[in-house]
Design a protein around this ligand. Structure first.
Ligand code: AHM
Ligand code: MG
Length: 296
């Protein structure tokens, strides 16, 4: 058995970076424990003008507090905070996070996740510069899907709260699962062509409303997760920095791809920490297909 700490050491990851990854991953225990008493809405809205649920604000405050206390983090940017918070300019790494992705599913007891990315230096860098990207999936088992730029590994938390390596060198197969956000009546024609082509070829619809959970099945079985541009929302719903980049980095590290329909989202230099982007992420063939449709 290989623990996440052993994996990080064997991968030659710098000590501070390893410590930050472990520290965030360990917060799965208190976050999971907090689900039962934080079921409702928080009564506030975030920078994307979305209603925050209690677990959004709880997990955001919790992880931020842990990172601040660690003394290891330069800055943190969160989907649930308006601005980037700088802790220490002498620290090397900055953390970006969606502390509780899919939070509207808390009330119906479906899978949710925590997404994280770590940069060497400041926050507003293209996703291809990530030094680490990961997500925790709070399913029947708590798993950590991680890349430090040497492929993707999946760890499962054991009864003692230790992440044990479950699968290394994860590769996205060319499967046929698909899940798309946005109302079909609001999709733009090119996206409709893409999805109709998948359906015609026998693709299976799998969409729960949690990016982490929906991407995880794409990672394992192959296919595509999409949150497209829609009528009136030409950049879709998902955030480049907190959602598209960490998950896109993991997809590419697993031999898949990520795109806004035109080109890789990992090359975009963010100008605003909350900027949104259309997202297509998954098997390479799927991403090639949407880019071909969008180029005509
Ligand atoms: P969140 O981070 O506030 O949960 O919002 C992002 C979520 C994704 O997890 C999910 O894929 C998408 O929004 C679902 O949106 P919709 O309800 O429009 O399908
Ligand atoms: Mg999210």
């Amino acid at each position: 058995m290989t623990t996440v700490q052993e994996y990080l050491k064997n991968s030659g990851v710098y000590e501070d970076l390893s410590k930050i990854i472990s520290l965030v991953a360990e917060q799965a225990v208190p976050i999971r424990a907090a689900f039962i008493s934080n079921q409702g809405y928080a009564g506030s809205v975030n920078a994307s003008e979305e209603q925050q649920v209690a677990m959004d604000t709880w997990s955001d405050a919790h992880i931020t507090r842990v990172l601040a206390k660690s003394g290891l983090v330069r800055a943190v940017a969160s989907e649930e905070q308006d601005d980037i918070t700088t802790f220490s300019t002498s620290a090397r790494y900055s953390v970006v996070m969606d502390p509780l992705d899919g939070s509207s599913l808390i009330a119906v007891n479906l899978c949710v996740g925590t997404i994280g990315g770590i940069y060497d230096g400041d926050v507003l860098q293209p996703g291809k510069n990530l030094k680490a990207a990961f997500y925790i999936l709070y399913g029947p088992v708590t798993t950590l899907t991680l890349s430090v730029g040497r492929g993707v590994a999946i760890f499962a938390m054991d009864a003692d709260g230790v992440y044990q390596l479950q699968q290394d060198n994860v590769q996205i197969p060319e499967g046929n699962l698909y899940g798309s956000g946005g109302l079909r009546t609001e999709w733009l024609p090119k996206h409709t062509i893409f999805i109709t082509d998948i359906e015609t070829a026998g693709g299976k619809n799998r969409y729960s409303g949690s990016f982490v959970a929906d991407f995880h099945q794409v990672l394992k079985y192959g296919g595509v997760y999409a949150y497209p541009p829609t009528k009136g929302l030409e950049n879709g719903k998902l955030r480049l920095v907190f959602e598209a980049n960490p998950i896109g980095f993991l997809a590419v590290q697993a031999g898949g791809a990520v795109s806004n329909g035109i080109s890789s989202t990992l090359a975009i230099v963010p100008s605003n920490v909350h900027q949104k982007t259309p997202v297509y992420v998954g098997s390479r063939g799927m991403i090639e297909a949407i880019e071909k449709i969008c180029s005509t």
